[in-house]
Design a protein around this ligand. Sequence first.
Ligand code: MV4
Length: 584
Amino acid sequence: MPAVKSVLIANRGEIAVRVIRAAHDLNLRAIAIYSELDRDAVHVDLADEAWNVGPAPSSESYLNIDRILEVARESKADAIHPGYGFLAENAEFARAVIEAGFIWVGPPPEAIATMGDKIASRIAAAEAGVAAVPGTTEPLNDVSEVRAFANEHGLPVAIKAAHGGGGKGLKVVRDESELESAFEGAKREAVAWFASPEVYVERYLDTPRHIEAQVIFDTHGNEMFLGERDCSLQRRHQKLVEETPAPGFTDEQRAELGRAALAIGRAAGYVNAGTVEFLLDTNGDLFFLEMNTRIQVEHTITEETTGIDLVVEQLRVAAGEHLSFDSVERTGHAIEFRINAEDPSSGFLPTPGKLSTYREPAGPGVRVDSGVRQGSRISQYYDNLIAKLIVRGRDRDEAIRRSIRALTEFKIEGVETTIPAHLQILKDAYFPAGDVNTRLVEDLMDFSDLGSKSSQAMPEDEELQEREITVEVGGRRFEVKYWSPVIASTGSGQRPAPRRKAPKLSKEQASVSGEGLVTAPMQGTIVKVHHSAGDAVRVGDPVCVLEAMKMENEIKASASGDIVDLRVQPGDTVTAGAVLMVIK
Ligand code: MV4
């Protein structure tokens, strides 16, 4: 059994925090990675160490496989946990992790690949004797095959991308006349999103419920079903509310679901935690839809009703240990609400910005998993999940009452959130009655009356500038980099800055530049110098222009006097803190 002492978390936000907590519960060293935008993130603080993996865009940081593996080597990580999203369901990454000698906290790459190919996963279900939604198990070559399927099974039908998911590349056909264009459209979307033209066709269920099964397998042949989750409340294929048990779901249905989910996992050679998605049609029939080969956002409600820490089990299984339990006892009812930075009154448009107020609820039955604190920014570079509110009660009614209390307690200002939409859902007629399906939120509810507080939009990214200081620790010199808000004022080229009395220099600026030294507030390129050596200037006069991040920054005289030393000319690149001129 490989000894695991440390785990690198290849993720950010609440799931990184969640994995760090599991690592600490197991006495493992938690190694975080972060992008330049996440330097002050909660997951960075909670980890035992944190490594910069690149600029804000995910493609250059959280998806940067080479850099992540380099950090894993440098930090001497034993294992890598991918969380969800980013690289979690990337079979190539899983392979690379294993080939580089690390333990992959996830299923075998082959199982990821099988389940990522929706046609292959339907074949795995068939091998396991589990009914998938009636459909084809080979890529479609021609629209005539769709027509033949529709003639046999009736309309509506769904044309789906074989490598798709999440509703992308999904076309519903309700009328024969739409077959051709839907087929072509699905193929185009499949190429655009998933770089593969393969599509297949299924009977389309009109108002199904979305029921998913949580399973986990260890490497010793042990397998466990931990119950279902009803995830029917979604908007544009984004889940909003998840609950367990599924309202009205019978013990017989649950037993059938568990048998089917475990059989599919077995057929795919599955190891570790996974989720098998089903559609429950209005007749009460269950159909396999797809399998997600990762820990999911909503795993928390299963934890709350089983008492089992799924992320701890994931780490145990990855280390070759046995599952820590051999039976599952479910009690009570749990509901998860996704608190997103979105404005429900304007069609759930994302609302990035700074959390000027952030106060989490607490009390009996309440758990909040988040990766933010007051002052955090919800960036448009990443998903807009602020927090997950997970509420437990002895039964559904108690869970709902506590949910209303907790959502009302939750105070978030600075961005619009889904909290008012959740309260409306809880007080609406359908949800309390347990009458849920995948069309409820989108087609039956109207959130336009939830007047947005229309918060004063905050600029998304505060400009930070890199600074350097030298510190001495235990007699040894260290160069230390740090980042702080840009102080230098910027003059717009249009309107000359009004003449002011001597501008106050911040303490920091004064100490860094010293009187008479004009320094670069950030790395950049000098594009203009307004004076020549020997010129007299007054404190606060613009002396040159530094361009950085496509922004022009006016640099001002730090003192009144003559320019005795002019060290730059247009075109020069300068580093932060560089002396540009000396005034005496
Ligand atoms: C379906 C379906 C009905 N019939 N397939 C949407 C995303 C992707 N994961 C599968 N999806 C669906 N596939 C057939 N044959 C309905 C959906 C669907 C849906 C599924 C689960 C949760 C919410 C949904 C919302 C709209 C459509």
